[in-house]
Write a protein that binds this ligand. Structure first.
Ligand SMILES: [Fe+2]
Ligand SMILES: [Fe+2]
Length: 470
């Protein structure tokens, strides 16, 4: 369906035919705009940025590129096209037609899922708010802003569902999404990782690789939902999300590349004094961002997750690719747990273990990215491998939250942890060092010394293209 850009709120949901809903969303819109002005990227709001905007939602033609000032970005409501006669693929309602309305008995649960997802979107914009000043290039600055405006649009996507399908409670929840603040003591964002700081660009690139990838897995499992508007919303969000992970994977790849160049040029692994970031230090950042992102999937055993699945609200990643009955009443699944001070594998009811099932798919995806970085390190002739730490390392949620686990997966005492954690996680001093490298580079075609230029520009533009007009 074509997107109507003549409306105040661009959309492909026929907003012009639903005047009550349109009016409600038009009342929410100024709140969104003042949130963006207050909590969106600091500075640069008056600058023209080379951004892509959705023009249609089909696979090929949805992105159009052009200069736009961020406050003028056309945030709107875009759902992927409806699948004809879509049937529910899993749970107690498997085989029934997908729902176009919210069943009364699932209202609370569905609202909670949508609010939790919706809350992460503005949170990441808030976390990344100060990064513009220290961007390593105009290319990277533009990518940051692209991610930011799209997270803003994802907030719209969830606010739309709340307004359109959840009545007054939905409107209140949509307002609350604009009131919580990442890291606030009084009114924080819902999930832990979204209250952490993103103080420097290495953190940002790690965040887009690890934490946006959690987003991919959450959206993909919500795209399986029996509630069709949620499914269609998430399917379109996933196409945008792919760019965020591209920023992370290629970004870290470019830091790796630059570090390898410096290592060879100066014949040392310690490239800090040459303005680079040691591979060992990158490993520590990786350990941190990976572990806080693993927490986002929740506890290993969860009756909420089981209920969401049985109700048909949230499926597995690529539900239809699973070769089973898609109801899982008698199935079991092997998970990692702590038992009498040992980390062990145990078979548990598959329904209860759905968080762990999704986490496993995520871990495999992360591992693929890490192996691509390792290939580049190897190709540079350097004997070093980045590694995903053990899933129990540095966890705040789940079985391993109560114990201390090394990156190799060995259970250790609090005293051992206290003595060694500085080898595994960035120290304050190391964070300060990374911060000291973050000096904004704003000349077209120039790149900061700690990161290599990208292999190619955005939308076939040159590397020295003026991605942001300063
Ligand atoms: Fe998002
Ligand atoms: Fe994202």
């Amino acid at each position: 369906m074509a997107i109507d850009y003549a409306e105040r709120i661009p959309n492909n949901v026929n907003l012009s035919e639903n005047r009550r809903l349109r009016r409600a969303l038009e009342q929410w819109q100024p709140g969104f705009q003042s949130w963006w002005a207050e909590m969106g990227p600091a500075g640069f709001q008056a600058r023209e940025v080379y951004l892509r905007t959705a023009t249609s939602v089909d696979a090929q033609g949805w992105a159009s590129f052009g200069y736009v000032r961020m406050p003028d970005y056309r945030w709107g409501i875009f759902l992927a096209d409806a699948a004809l006669d879509r049937k529910i693929a899993f749970g107690d309602h498997k085989g029934e037609p997908a729902w176009q309305e919210v069943p009364g008995e699932y209202r609370g649960a569905l609202r909670r899922l949508i609010v939790t997802q919706g809350d992460t979107e503005p949170a990441s914009v808030e976390q990344q708010r100060q990064l513009g000043a220290t961007s390593p290039s105009l290319y990277d600055l533009r990518n940051l802003f692209q991610v930011n405006v799209e997270e803003g649009r994802h907030l719209w996507a969830m606010a739309y569902l709340l307004h359109a399908y959840f009545g007054r409670d939905g409107r209140e929840e949509a307002d609350a999404l604009l009131r919580r603040r990442s890291g606030s003591a009084d009114n924080p964002r819902i999930l832990g990782a979204f209250n952490e700081q993103t103080p420097d660009w290495l953190s940002f690139l790690m965040f887009t690789f690890f934490t946006d990838r959690d987003g991919k897995y959450q959206l993909a499992s919500l795209a399986e939902s029996a509630f069709d508007p949620l499914s269609r919303t998430c399917r379109f969000m996933l196409t945008e999300e792919a760019h965020h992970m591209f920023v992370g994977e290629t970004g870290i790849g470019r830091v790796v590349q630059r570090t390898c160049e410096l290592m060879k040029a100066h014949d040392t692994a310690e490239v800090g004094r040459f303005g680079g970031i040691d591979l060992k230090l990158m490993q520590k950042y990786l350990n941190f961002h990976y572990s806080v992102s693993l927490d986002l999937f929740g506890a290993e055993l969860s009756t909420n997750a089981a209920n969401y699945f049985s109700m048909g609200l949230k499926g597995r990643f690529n539900e239809e690719s699973h070769d089973d009955d898609h109801q899982l009443k008698d199935a079991s699944y092997r998970i990692t747990q702590v038992d009498e001070n040992r980390v062990v594998q145990k078979d548990q009811p598959a329904l209860l273990a759905l968080n762990e099932t999704l986490r496993d798919a995520y871990i495999a995806d992360c591992a693929r990215g890490v192996s691509r970085w390792n290939k580049a390190i190897k190709a540079a002739g350097i004997d070093f491998e980045l590694r995903l730490p053990h899933r129990g390392f540095h966890r705040a949620i789940g079985d391993c939250a109560t114990v201390k686990v090394t990156p190799e997966g060995r259970l250790i005492t609090e005293a051992e942890w206290a003595a060694h954690h500085a080898q595994w996680l960035p120290t304050a001093q190391e964070r300060q060092f990374v911060g000291s490298l973050m000096i904004g580079v704003t000349e077209p075609g120039k790149y900061a010394g700690w990161i290599a230029p990208p292999a190619r520009g955005i939308n076939h533009q040159a590397l020295d293209f003026e991605y942001v007009k300063l």
